[in-house]
Design a protein around this ligand. Sequence first.
Ligand code: ARG
Ligand code: ZN
Length: 858
Amino acid sequence: QYIKLEDYKPFDYEIPNIFLDFIIEDKRVIVKTELEFIKKNININSLILDGIDIFVEKIYLDESLLEENNYSIQKNRLLIKPILKETFTLKIVGTIKPKENFSLLGMYESNGIITTQCEAEGFRRISYHSDRPDILSKYKVRIEANKEDFPVLLSNGNLVKANDLKHRRHEVIWEDPYPKPSYLFALVAGKLNCIKDNFNTKSNKKVEINIYVEKGDEKYVKHSINSLKKSMKWDEEKYNLEYDLSLFNIVAIRHFNMGAMENKSLNIFNSKLILANKETTTDEELERIEGVIAHEYFHNWTGNRITCRDWFQLSLKEGLTVFRDQEFTSDLHNRSIKRLEDAKFLRKAQFREDSGPTSHPVRPEKYLEIDNFYTTTIYEKGAEIIRMLKTLVKEENFNNGFSNFISTYDGKAATIDQFVNKILENNKEINNEKFKTWYKQNGTPLVKFKRKWDKEKQILKIQVSQINSNKKNLYNDLPLIIPINIAIFLNSYEKIKKTLILKEKEEEFTLENINSKFDSPIISYFRNFSAPIKWETDTTFAEKLLILEFETDYFTIYDTIKGIYKKIICKRIYEEPDINIENKLITTLRSIIRNNKSINLSLLSEILSIPTFSEIESEIKKVDPLKVYKTIDDLNYLFGTKLKVELLNKLKEIDKNITKLWPEGKDERKLIETIWRLLLHSKYEGIKNKVISYIDSNSMTLSKAALNVFTRINCPERELISNIFFNKWKHNPVVLDNWFFFKASIEINNNQKNIEALFKNEYFDVKSPNTLKSILNAYVTRNSLFHSRDGSGYKYVADKILEYDKSNPIVISRFLKIFSTFRQYENPYKRNIIKVLDYIKKNKLSPNTREIIDAILN
Ligand code: ARG
Ligand code: ZN
């Protein structure tokens, strides 16, 4: 029952116009759908439409009632007997029940607000439709409801009519002039307050901006409005793309599975990504909110105006739009730091996924549940492929290709192939088909480097090979085109920068006139993380220390240090501590802190952070989680102790800047958390009260930093700070999720009673995926008790998975992937995970979770 890319066929009909009439009643919504069909395939007369949990009352064909023997309603579809006309209108009257819908898909209720989520296949839960992204229609929508309960009635496009009706009811009509696929349809109805603003486009069109939130949340939208305006401006300046309607609506919803959704002119957001200010929101969250608002806004062109032909092309809109939002953040903030953060995230999340059982290409060939494909591979690896294209063709050509793509496919449903062809259109150096292998392969390729140097002739040869060790996919044997940014260091102040383009499985690059004063020229590879791959080099430890001295590329500095940390951790776990390497690193760090006054403080924070469990999990072969946790704690103790003097001095130095308002002061605040953590772990008592005092600060970044650094410090004060935070924020659900996260991270050895109490807490909202995710994610990634040797932590989580899979398969099937790396684990962990996976498997599961568990156990 796989859906396959090779089976793609255009639909037999076009549906140029759709009229939807929603009558909102107490217990149900009546949906009258009028679909205008034009037959494209004259050999076809039957018609099949998708539909789930819709109760059909009547069907009309061109105004006349269709007898029941002319159609049949089967599971999830409606089959209509041959219609001989070339054009006709089908009118379907059905009812749906948003109040009983807990899946957060289709139309559902959240805190009394009716809302929708149609991507990818949610529209079929609202109305019968062919529900595929290549059917583009103009939508006209009428909504009718009780005026008191549903004063606000929204849909896509322009409001063309608003009327009061009898019996305290009212109606509105919305019309969207731009044809769109059904997954971009949206409707919102309820008691919402509106904050208004506006933006003047470069052609001097006034766009009205409305942000809708629940009563009381009005004071939290300024940041989001500013972010939206910055996004609109940036897309005009960078890509010459202007907003195309005179109205842009955003609605914040508490119960939302994902981050946000780019419905045409009616973006719907998880409220945690709208409601923000510096007292309730951390610096990191402010930047993320800005980025997600930009992401959804940018979809208006990359996604909405040009959409995807089928869901195999998902990365066409998602990879490209992630690339665009990354560029936006780079332009607004610090490009080098953003690059480092994106590389870090890719390695932690995407590399992990790609090395496990749910690994898949950026353009998959088949799927069971499309909802399982909203992955970091489709999104972030997709963005990396586009970034490589830009590196290969250079910025100006990339921008031209991008503009050609937009103008050629505007108003159409396109493919990834078409995008790549446009970017490479005038390029003779890069073979299109060969480059596209990136979209077909899965797994993380490994590139190996070896230097050969003729000192006399000053000729440097770099031997390069590439290999993909994942053998399950035939495309994985083909060579990829890989841009490799390198720097060759000749001496302490001179370097040569170059981009090598690897095209074959093995290649040798010859560089002449390399006048190096070293025994062998020192090279740093994949500067700026120029490709999403892993690599091995013949660089010695001594050379790495020199790279740290000479490098200016943030990513490379970060990467070099992290490599050393990893080596230290592995030595401690599998052999003996390597005192020599540890001391050398400490000396290096000490001199970086002392002598490098101008170093960026976010970079310094990264350099001083001992890797976390999630950061290194996928890079160690035989994982003993409890040993890894202990080793990390030990290193925090050691580094905190040895660097104490320098860290305390640095604290003094940055203190005056930490109260500055975001984006200022953010580097200082990031560093302060790292320093606090090291000092607290080194048992330095002098810092404790100072840190505690920040729990109640008016900067959420500092409050949360204080919570974070106490997570693994077992002391009476930990309970105290938890209570202060809880009492201060219990009435703000978005902020309180931080407390749930903190509580679930804490190790109290009482058989999960501590965690279970969170589910029983009076402020725990069963319907909120945010809180559920906070608790579960904290427990499985921060709390080493999850890995209790008796398997009780795994069993506990398995039961939660079974419980919540019944209501929210999308969230649970994603969460289940936490167990996907068990093959790298040692016993008893591995054995225990297999036991609970078998247990989960035996239960009744959603199709989403079934697909993932089968993949994991396969
Ligand atoms: N298109 C949305 C975004 O990335 C995400 C929608 C996710 N929906 C889903 N069913 N998985 O901006
Ligand atoms: Zn997106």
